[in-house]
Design a protein around this ligand. Structure first.
Ligand code: NAD
Ligand code: GLY
Length: 362
């Protein structure tokens, strides 16, 4: 097991990465203010892993209730969030009851938001079960639900007490979901580490084949980068925005097609291609650089062409992006491969060319 530390001005927490950590209650127990937890999970993950976690906790003297939500991005809503509050209140859960998110990014984001709100703040722990959640969403304290008009628009910054990334849980993850997680992995190489990007280019097949050492290295490297960035800028007033590479386009795809139609990672993948194409239009990336991005994303089993939403729909959805300032769109773009920047220099002609060009489905 590897343990990283995420250090913030007024808090710090461990990120444990290894195999078969789920039943290791000694990793959880030090973070429980009272021996009582509510595990939040979904109908797909519960039959696979819930009993193991519950049994381990109960045998360590921890009172345990479970809240099993419907599965899917389309359920990342107020109504589902209320199911968590209903269960916590019906079970007389106290403010010191720890919420445990056992799931992917959808469960993690909703449980974290519920914890931020329940009795004005209950402790919570992330046990991410997808690659995407292990490399990105479980770390850093962004929590949210979707609104029909915009992705992750209602939420809070609220940090977990610990993150436990059990790589063995990925054994049951469908291939399509593994690829979706690889989109966020590639994002880290593109935005800030050219050497890691090169490593990904030579290990992408091992990652897709779930080679344990390659997967663990990728999770560790991404969590190191994320912990470093969040440590510098917890509330996204600067450098943290770089973690949104591909997301301005990606969130528009998710909202434009309807949540759950494309997976989040798939939308980010096609969004990163559009960000690379925009960077090329600005004279920052060469055609060969863009081709390198396309090739790696394709080899990861991800879409490289975005759906054709039509320019007006693209702009409408991108207008709800959280990076918009005084009505102006701001994009995360690539000065070079391995170096991202925030830019508000993308004029309407460039945007028009990118959104009607060769990286959009005909
Ligand atoms: P997800 O949570 O929907 O999980 C994907 C699917 O895999 C689901 O059907 C789930 O039930 C299933 N699953 C999960 N773990 C499994 C396992 N071990 N075995 C078998 N099936 C399993 O999707 P995701 O890709 O993990 O997360 C996407 C969400 O994360 C989006 O809502 C996105 O906005 C959010 N996100 C948040 C952050 C953040 O910083 N908070 C960062 C990136 C993404
Ligand atoms: N996934 C983007 C962030 O955590 O800031």
């Amino acid at each position: 097991m590897i343990t990283l530390d995420l250090t913030l001005p007024d808090a710090h927490y461990p990120i444990h990465i290894g195999r078969h950590l789920l039943a290791q209650v000694d990793l959880l127990k030090p973070h429980l203010p009272i021996p009582s937890v509510a595990i939040v999970t979904n109908t797909t993950i519960a039959p696979l892993y819930l009993e193991l976690l519950e049994q381990a906790l109960r045998s360590a003297g921890v009172a345990c209730r479970s809240i099993v939500l419907p599965d899917g991005e389309s359920y990342k809503t107020w109504d589902t969030l209320n199911l968590i509050f209903d269960a916590l209140l019906a079970g007389n859960c106290e403010r010191k009851t720890t919420l445990i998110a056992l799931g992917g990014g959808v469960i993690g984001d909703m449980t974290g938001f519920a914890a931020a709100c329940y009795q004005r703040g209950a402790p919570f722990i992330q046990i991410p079960t997808t690659l995407l959640a292990q490399v990105d969403s479980s770390v850093g304290g962004k929590t949210a639900i979707n609104h029909p008009l915009g992705k992750n628009m209602i939420g809070a910054f609220y940090q977990p007490r610990a993150v436990i990334a059990d790589m063995a849980l990925l054994d049951t993850l469908p291939d399509r979901e593994l690829s979706a997680g690889l989109a966020e992995v590639i994002k880290y190489g593109l935005l800030g580490d050219a050497a890691f990007l090169g490593w990904l280019e030579s290990h992408i097949e091992q990652l897709r084949a779930r080679d344990p050492d390659s997967l663990q290295y990728a999770v560790k490297r991404c969590c190191e980068m994320k912990a470093d960035i969040v440590g510098q800028d917890e509330k996204e007033s600067g450098v943290r925005a770089l973690l949104n590479l591909g997301h301005t386009f990606g969130h528009a795809i998710e909202a434009g097609l309807g949540y759950g139609e494309w997976l989040h990672g798939e939308a980010v993948a096609a969004g990163m291609v559009l960000a690379a194409a925009t960077s090329h239009e600005l004279g920052w990336l060469s055609e060969a650089d863009v081709e390198r991005v396309v090739r790696l994303i394709e080899r990861a089993g991800l879409p490289v062409k975005a759906p054709n939403l039509g320019p007006a729909e693209w702009l409408r959805h991108m207008g709800h992006d959280k990076k918009v300032e005084q009505g102006k769109l701001r994009f995360v773009l690539l000065k070079q491969l391995g170096q991202a920047v925030i830019s508000s220099d993308v004029g309407p002609e460039i945007l028009q060319r990118v959104l009607t060009g060769g990286h959009i489905t005909a």
